[in-house]
Design a protein around this ligand. Structure first.
Ligand SMILES: [Zn+2]
Ligand SMILES: [Zn+2]
Length: 275
């Protein structure tokens, strides 16, 4: 398992900031691959991507990795309770080394990862083409945005917009409530935290009504956030909502074993229940 090396650009970016120079300059300089440390032009090299991006058959609704073929390519959990979104597309499983790469992208200003990570998502999208009129990032609260300085999902949305020739807007969905970090919470606590956390400004309604919307997020775990976003967008008149995520949390190992033994995917895999 590779170690994620510190990006050579991060210290340079801090130095440029201290000197009052634009911190986008490091994106133009040679860098090292985060996974193998080789010098080259991109923060992820082709060899590492090929090595660590294994092909996965995923549930058509929630993108969880399927351990065995199922009817309509939908996992048992989604057959029981369909998510609010129409489909989910994921580029990766949320496992190392990608978990570390996404952490760099999200929390440590490794914004140069937006382009190569968007390429992985774009490749996954090309396997399941569907109509989209507008790309929307999952918004951060004002507090979180000022802490982090950037919204990683907006960086991805812009990259995908350019590749697909489809408009992207960050002003049609807003986060009205600051929430605690959801990663450490269970499914029920996540749902309670995120309920009514999003809103559509009235000026944005014409951009959503009868439109097919793609929502971009970095990780899909229980689906609480994307369910709430999809619920909000549908209430604002969207015809369909697709969830585009970099990574999908895989089922816990015990539920994988139970699925392989014919017991079905456990209800603890995720809880994408309708509101
Ligand atoms: Zn590499
Ligand atoms: Zn599913």
């Amino acid at each position: 398992m590779p170690t994620v090396l510190p990006p050579g650009a991060s210290r340079l970016r801090a130095w440029l900031r201290a000197c009052g120079l634009p911190n986008t300059l490091p994106h133009l300089l040679p860098t090292t691959c985060l996974l193998c440390g080789q010098w080259q032009g991109q923060p992820l090299c082709g060899v590492c991507v090929q090595r660590w991006q294994r092909p996965v058959t995923r549930c058509a609704r929630c993108a969880i990795a399927l351990t065995q073929p199922t009817r309509d390519a939908v996992c048992p959990a989604c057959e029981d309770h369909s998510p609010e979104f129409d489909r989910a597309i994921a580029a990766l499983d949320y496992e190392d080394p990608w978990r570390s790469v996404l952490s760099r992208f999200k929390f440590q200003e490794a914004t140069a990862l937006a382009a190569p990570l968007a390429t992985l998502l774009w490749q996954a999208l090309s396997q399941r083409p569907h109509r989209v009129d507008l790309i929307v990032p999952v918004p951060l609260s004002r507090t979180r945005l000022s802490e982090r300085g950037y919204n990683q999902t907006w960086l991805l949305a812009q990259q995908l917009s350019r590749r697909l020739g489809c408009p992207a807007r960050h002003d049609v969905l807003q986060r009205t409530r600051h929430t605690e970090r959801l990663m450490s919470l269970d499914a029920e606590a996540r749902r309670a935290q995120i309920t009514d956390a999003f809103d559509v400004p009235s000026a944005a309604l014409p951009h959503l009504q009868r439109r097919h919307i793609a929502v971009v997020d970095d990780v899909l775990t229980t689906g609480a956030t994307l369910n709430e976003v999809a619920h909000t967008l549908r209430a604002a008149g969207a015809s369909s909502v697709s969830a585009w995520v970099l990574a999908r949390t895989p089922a816990p190992p015990d539920s994988r074993r139970r699925a392989q033994s014919g017991a079905g995917v456990s209800e603890v895999v995720h809880s994408l229940s309708k509101r």
